[in-house]
Ligand binder design. Sequence first.
Ligand code: NDP
Length: 309
Amino acid sequence: MINVLFAAKAERWPEYEAPLKAAFEAADLIVDLRMDFPPEEVDYIVYAPNSTVQDFSPYTRCKAVLNLWAGVENVVGNTTLTMPLARMVDPGMTQGMMEWVVGHVMRHHLGMDRNILGQNGDWTAHVPPLAQDRRVTILGLGELGSTCAQALAQLGFDVTGWSRSPKALADVTCLSGEAGLTEALSRADILVLLLPKTVATENLLNAERLALMPQGAMIVNPGRGPLIDDDALLAALDHGQIAHATLDVFRIEPLPLDHPYWAHPKVTVTPHIASETRVKTASQVIAENVQRGESGLPFLHLVDRSAGY
Ligand code: NDP
């Protein structure tokens, strides 16, 4: 019997219990899945950072902590966590992010707001350019960024991507390093941020880097709020350097009611809904990792603790 502790908010249990049990069964694993175990009896922890488990040291026989979310910034620095930590890479979440990013890029590319919001008798024609004449830059070419980059490239956009290590993706200009970032930003008519929050990425989009972007560029941020220096972005919006920012993630969530983003005419706020872990596919990913652990195979999607993602 494999003991799996579900360490997430209690309200998640009803939605995850049956799909996780079904996924373990489909993987031929005999699992006791519960929200409560004596810590020393737990083999795996299915984890969400807002759970009651903050001290991992009593979980002496635990083989891995399997995070339910893609972002690990709230757990990766926990010094009591000495066992392997896997993040969530879920096909359902990836598909959702691709749809959200393509939708918001298309909104800005086609200038949809003008017609949706401006039904005022103005017949002035603003024909949008073709995708091939629009440059989109994606910061972060991981599971989510690379899928979005390739979907946009397939639509014909001129796509540039930037990551920490060099990459090669069909029909995407891939850059890395500080010089690569300068070039990637200078090509960003539309910029999409899909970086994790780490020490190295915090405030990455500051005033200096915003100034590298083309005048009138647009920003779409489904990555993490702290990637952007908020004051610098507000200044760039007010000066017209940045024409619009669509922001899904913030330093404080829910975004406080008095935050200037809410009322800013050039900002669209969405409440951290770009994509989320999809219960059925994520349960299959968890079961696969437990199966690998039981077979002595390396876990999938392990977090590099030193890099922070
Ligand atoms: P991955 O770990 O697969 O990819 C991260 C990418 O960022 C990699 O390409 C990585 O480079 C790059 N990167 C990390 N640090 C740096 C750095 N210092 N400089 C340059 N590039 C860097 O993550 P995912 O694609 O799965 O997810 C990305 C983020 O999206 C998550 O961390 C989370 O914050 C956010 N997210 C938001 C959601 C929402 O609903 N708003 C939902 C899900 C995720 P390299 O390839 O070289 O390692």
